[in-house]
Design a protein around this ligand. Structure first.
Ligand SMILES: N=c1c2ncn([C@@H]3O[C@H](COP(=O)(O)OP(=O)(O)OP(=O)(O)O)[C@@H](O)[C@H]3O)c2ncn1[C@@H]1O[C@H](COP(=O)(O)O)[C@@H](O)[C@H]1O
Length: 108
């Protein structure tokens, strides 16, 4: 099994790209373009993930979800957030049924 450390390493590389030359780094070029460009890539990759799912090609699904996670990590870094913040949120939610959580919000 591949360990989740790869996410931390990629997140570290993304963070280091903040001050890098946009002509030599794709991540730096996204930071340079700003919020709209980063959000556009996240939306594109989400749409491509949906299309891959409809294709039924599982390898394609994996590649598109990887693109989606990667661009979401760029978005997190753009907001000064990290993979750790998302992992903490997963930990907080762990074991809480989505049905119970919704009921606690809506009272239904
Ligand atoms: N994981 C990735 C990663 N996944 C996807 N991509 C790039 O994301 C881009 C967008 O993907 P698309 O499928 O939309 O391709 P496209 O149509 O050519 O994209 P656009 O022209 O619309 O931007 C492509 O250029 C991919 O190469 C990535 N670029 C970088 N990384 C990681 O980020 C690190 C830093 O990258 P640099 O900043 O480029 O050094 C790398 O070492 C990797 O670990």
């Amino acid at each position: 099994m591949i360990d989740i450390e790869v996410l931390r390493r990629v997140a570290q590389t993304i963070a280091e790209r903040k001050g890098a030359d946009p002509s030599s780094s794709y991540v730096s070029s996204l930071f340079h373009k700003g919020t709209d460009a980063i959000c556009k890539k996240v939306a594109e990759e989400a749409a491509e993930t949906i299309m891959a799912s409809k294709d039924g090609d599982v390898g394609h699904v994996v590649r598109e979800v990887c693109d989606l996670w990667f661009h979401s990590m760029v978005l997190l870094a753009h907001h000064g957030l990290t993979v750790e913040d998302v992992l903490h949120e997963f930990r907080r939610r762990e074991g809480i049924s989505g049905i119970d959580e919704k009921r606690s919000r809506t009272g239904g």
